[in-house]
Design a protein. Structure first.
Length: 94
């Protein structure tokens, strides 16, 4: 699994939660339904979509979910930071 930043544009604000789930599932190599805990148990997905419903202004929300740092940006960009895992860190530190 690669680490680093992964960007995914979305067509509209309501797609933020779906884009986040799809990107993380792809990085994990699993189906979106296999991710636990579900995204909605970590952040209010409806509020997230509503927060970015307007295209005016600038802003972002950053949170952690299943080991990833996720940032939803105003304007439809979702950034998923995949930090090195403990096993990867220990190998690179040797």
């Amino acid at each position: 699994m690669s680490t680093g930043f992964h960007d995914r544009p979305t067509d509209s604000a309501p797609d933020f939660p779906e884009a986040i789930v799809e990107e993380v599932a792809e990085l994990e190599g699993v189906s979106p339904t296999e991710l636990h805990p579900p995204l909605y148990s970590v952040i209010d997905t409806e509020a997230l979509a509503q927060l970015f419903h307007t295209v005016d202004g600038e802003g972002c929300v950053t949170f952690e979910w299943v080991g990833y740092e996720i940032t939803a940006h105003q304007g439809g960009q979702v950034t998923v930071f995949d930090p090195p895992r403990e096993a990867e860190r220990s190998v690179s530190e040797e």
